[in-house]
Design a protein around this ligand. Structure first.
Ligand SMILES: [Zn+2]
Length: 290
């Protein structure tokens, strides 16, 4: 059984950044790829979330020859995660991995920060890498319009800018959406063309048809294992097979994909092998074809 983790992150970004001579990340990466291979996870889509980790994400392509090792393939993407729209490299956020600064515990974030400076860097990087990295995607980007963020307008503008760039460069986009479905649809309708992965999809079953018209794929993670997340479970059961993906959203724990695959299989009433094969092929199509 082979699996593809359609959305994950790098571990210990700050640790790697701290060691400028010999990035601590890359020995760790070898171990992650070994564990991935042992668990049957043969593909990983790694997302960068702020300019603090883009460098490491992009360096993966150089340190791991031919996108991954002989057993595990990597696809990469870079973007500005909605949690970090207010951040700039060298500022205090995220100091370590994004896991340690969840919005629940972060201080109320102030708007007024110029995400445009960060986006210019991102755009330059994507344009420069375009020829060499044909499989380089955009994201993680998106909207998180919970009350603790007071920069909703900036998040929306930043997300729209990512989509416009994706349309121009013909790149797939990794999207985060929390409590923002109305605005999400509005912005997606402006840029229907690029392929989009709705990571950790938590929208309604009814919205799936509309999102499909906007070229969206639907990825499900650990939430589907928890009966509390009824909407995600219903969506995982109902998503059309040709648009179904699975993910860990983890910082370097690909083996966590196995129970996710089992949970999705159970919800859909099919063998886990079928889910593995289906989502693997869907991920290849999503990430590796133009
Ligand atoms: Zn993520």
């Amino acid at each position: 059984m082979k699996l593809f983790d359609a959305h994950c992150h790098l571990p210990a970004v700050a640790e790697a950044m701290a060691d400028t001579q010999d990035d601590a990340l890359f020995p760790t990466l070898g171990k992650i790829l070994e564990r991935a291979a042992a668990a049957g996870v043969e593909g990983l889509a790694v997302c960068g979330t702020s300019s603090n980790d883009w460098k490491n994400v992009l360096e993966l392509a150089e340190k791991v020859p031919i996108i991954g090792n002989e057993k595990v393939a990597l696809t990469l993407s870079v973007g500005i995660h909605p949690w970090f729209v207010h951040c700039r490299a060298g500022n205090a956020c995220p100091e370590r991995s994004r896991r340690e600064t969840p919005p629940e515990t972060a201080p109320k974030l102030r708007g007024g920060y110029s995400w445009k400076i960060e986006f210019e860097k991102l755009e330059a990087c994507l344009r420069q890498k375009k020829a060499a990295m044909l499989w380089l995607g955009i994201g993680e980007t998106g909207l998180d319009l919970r009350d603790q963020f007071d920069n909703h307008a900036e998040q929306e503008a930043c997300f729209a800018a990512h989509l416009e760039l994706a349309e121009e460069l013909n790149r797939p986009v990794a999207i985060h959406c929390v409590q923002a479905w109305g605005k999400m649809l509005e912005i997606l309708r402006e840029c229907p063309q690029p392929k989009k992965i709705m990571h950790a999809y938590g929208g309604s079953v009814e919205m799936i048809a509309e999102l499909m018209k906007l070229n969206c794929w639907f990825s499900f993670g650990e939430a589907v294992m928890n009966p509390k997340f009824k909407r995600a479970r219903e969506a995982a059961a109902a998503a059309p097979p040709q648009r179904l993906l699975i993910e860990t959203d983890s910082d370097g724990k690909p083996e966590k994909l196995v129970p996710v695959a089992r949970a999705v299989a159970e919800l859909r009433g099919v063998p886990v092998e079928e889910i593995a094969e289906l989502t693997f092929e869907n991920a290849r199509e999503f990430f590796l074809t133009g």
